[in-house]
Design a protein around this ligand. Structure first.
Ligand code: PEP
Ligand code: MN
Length: 359
């Protein structure tokens, strides 16, 4: 349940509510919004619900107490109406700007990474990606350069000024990856690895959580809830395609998830058309689609010589293709940016968010 404080409520009243919640053996999470403070009551409430709602409702400074039927709480729009904005070095994610994450699927060598990093930075990328620990379907495929790749990524950050994102696959890798990287990526295969989610919830680095390829939007948000409830509010969601019966594409990109998530959650949403389609020539059209439906950014794989890549050769863009795609995305983003904040008329005749509206 959420305790919604009156606009006039002060710190002492918020503290009073929090200690009453703690006294019940439950955990309070408060969010001081632009308009008012909301306190989420987290824990097994069970049969106490009605009496607890009454008791909290009677405390000074409380306006209303609302039961929340959705299973995700801290990630919900009800808890935090304002968009989460994540700042990492010079990149700002979720503020309406276009975040462009680009770089090779895997870091293969210092030269390969630097050549890619220089080119994507010059073309307008805002975050540099590169896999160090690779989750490969086959144990015989290239598994990544590991810590050596992390060092190259840190050097590339120095060179370009771009924050770096890379995948962490296991709880015992979290500290070393967090030492070198600016954003931690949780891959599709690990979306429901709860010990990993809890571990990244405890570090002071933003986390990008990719959608499990068999996960519903609600399961995905519950995975994000693990990270946020462990203490890390800086979570980015990444739609990277889900598995369907279609075989011409590697996965099926669910673009409806983008406006849906903007409605359900305050967290920023990125689309990854590289892993979604698996085909180089399909990346730009789906990146454009993602930006058009209001994604906060795009992640793509870029390689100086994609055909020679050690992983995901078919889907990586050439440096030229990345530059060309940027020229397509920038005007689309500039055009749709204002449109996503315009409230739309519902069938009931009430003005509300939804459709292109975010809230
Ligand atoms: C990746 O981004 O390098 C990756 C392995 O993606 P996914 O987890 O979406 O397959
Ligand atoms: Mn890849």
């Amino acid at each position: 349940m959420f305790v919604v404080m009156a606009r006039t409520a002060g710190e002492a009243e918020v503290l009073g509510v929090k200690s009453a919640i703690l006294g019940e053996g439950l955990t309070p999470y408060d969010h001081a919004g632009v308009e008012r403070t909301v306190i989420a009551v987290i824990g097994e409430i069970g049969s106490r619900r009605a009496s607890l709602m009454d008791r909290l409702g009677d405390l000074p400074g409380v306006e209303t107490v609302t039961p929340i039927s959705r299973p995700f709480k801290l990630t919900s729009r009800e808890f935090q109406p304002e968009d989460t904005v994540i700042r990492v070095l010079d990149a700002v994610i979720g503020d309406g700007s276009l975040t462009m994450m680009a770089g090779p699927c895997s870091v293969e060598s210092r030269d390969q990474l630097f050549e890619t990093a220089d080119a994507v930075a010059a073309a307008g990328a805002t975050v540099l990606r590169g896999g160090a620990f690779k989750p490969r379907t086959s144990p015989y495929s290239f598994q990544g350069l590991g810590v050596e790749a992390l060092r190259y990524l840190a050097e590339a950050r120095e060179r370009t000024g771009l924050p770096v994102i890379t995948e962490v696959m296991e709880p015992n890798q979290v500290d070393i990856v967090a030492e070198y990287a600016d954003i931690l990526q949780i891959g599709t295969r690990n979306m429901q690895n709860y010990s990993l989610l809890t571990a990244v919830g405890r570090v002071a680095r933003p986390v990008m959580l990719k959608r499990g390829y068999g996960a519903t939007v609600e399961e995905w948000l519950m995975a994000a809830e693990y990270i946020v409830s462990s203490g890390n509010p800086n979570v980015i969601l990444c739609e990277r395609g889900i598995r369907t019966f279609e075989t011409y594409t590697r996965n099926t990109i669910d673009l409806s998830a983008v406006p849906l998530l903007h409605h359900l959650t305050h967290l920023p949403v990125i689309v990854d058309p590289s892993h979604a389609t698996g085909k180089r020539w399909l990346v730009a059209p789906l990146a454009m689609g993602g930006v058009a439906v209001g994604a906060d950014g795009v992640m793509v794989e870029v390689h100086p010589d994609p055909d020679a890549a050690l992983s995901d050769a078919e889907q990586q863009l050439t440096l030229d293709q990345f530059r060309a795609m940027m020229a397509q995305l920038i005007p689309i983003h500039a055009h749709v940016r204002g449109l996503h904040d315009v409230p739309v008329e519902t069938t009931a005749g009430v003005t509300a968010g939804g459709g292109l509206g975010r809230h």
